[in-house]
Design a protein around this ligand. Structure first.
Ligand SMILES: [Zn+2]
Length: 280
């Protein structure tokens, strides 16, 4: 069932677990993710990011997400990940996303507040919810991003949430986007500071290489949504590689099924880790 983002996050936030938000780039990803969620009785978020539009167009993905959500026997939210402009957010809302992320993290604080507030007004006007980001989530491929202190500051987060009215806030606590070279150490102390000041569900981006211990600490300290993108791509690629190497007569249909299964396995692993199983 298609359930508001806010409701899915509120339950996770109250009960101390996190909902996986999986970046789906194909019907195989969608099918595998929904099968995992249904089997484990977990709420789930389907999403696609603006930088992924060249190979997973918003106009194709969102209707598929919505149809999959409506057919599902567990709560599903349909979300735009990393909307880079007001225009993209509006487009996603018009297609039926029940929540959007506006990414103003690279903007100066005041400008981030102003632009995010505008998207909040638009989203609220159509009954949708919004996630924003404060602090800079680094890129795993960029060593400067690993070393710099670019973490979200707790009292700034509080001010940002109050001034914008966002439903969820993505924070930077040492998490990185993409495929990690080494497992990053999250600053859980900083997370606790942010969580004690802000009574709003927090979001962790860059969920593909974090340690299991850090994931658990996040889920237990206010992080209600964890984004997983790269892990699903790696799982699918490895499974296809193995299928092509071992099958005497490879064919496309079997290869599609291999991707669905690999996705289901990866999503199931994350659901158990985030402790959202049995919550739907
Ligand atoms: Zn992200």
């Amino acid at each position: 069932m298609l359930v508001p983002f806010r409701e899915i996050l509120a339950d996770a936030h109250q009960r101390g677990y996190a909902v996986g938000a999986f970046n789906c780039l194909s019907t195989e990803h969608i099918m595998g993710a929904i099968q995992a969620a249904e089997q484990l009785r977990s709420p789930i978020i389907l999403q696609v990011a603006e930088i992924q539009f060249p190979y997973a167009p918003l106009e194709l993905m969102v209707p598929a997400f919505i149809e999959a959500a409506q057919r599902a026997t567990v709560p599903v939210a349909v979300h735009l990940d990393h909307g880079l402009s007001f225009e993209t957010c509006i487009k996603a809302l018009r297609l039926g996303c029940n929540s959007v992320m506006f990414d103003g993290a690279s903007l100066p604080f005041e400008e981030n507040v102003n632009q995010t507030s505008l998207v909040v007004r638009a989203a609220k006007a159509v009954g949708a919810d919004i996630e924003a980001e404060l602090g800079h989530v680094g890129d795993a491929q960029c060593s400067a991003d690993i070393e710099n202190d670019i973490f979200t500051v707790a009292d700034e987060a509080k001010t940002f949430i109050e001034r914008t009215g966002v439903d969820a806030l993505a924070i930077a606590i040492g998490n990185l986007h993409g495929k990690y070279i080494a497992t990053p150490q999250l600053n859980i102390t900083r997370l606790k500071e942010i969580n004690s000041l802000c009574n709003t569900p927090l979001v962790l981006h860059g969920g593909s290489g974090t340690s299991e211990e850090d994931f658990k600490a996040c889920a237990h300290n206010g992080v209600a949504k964890i984004n997983v993108a790269t892990a699903l791509q790696i799982a699918a690629t490895k499974a296809v590689e193995n299928y092509l190497a071992t099958s005497a007569t490879p064919n496309y249909i079997d290869m599609k099924n291999v991707i669905v299964e690999a996705t289901k396995e990866s999503v199931s692993w994350h659901i158990r880790l985030f402790e959202s199983d049995g919550k739907a």
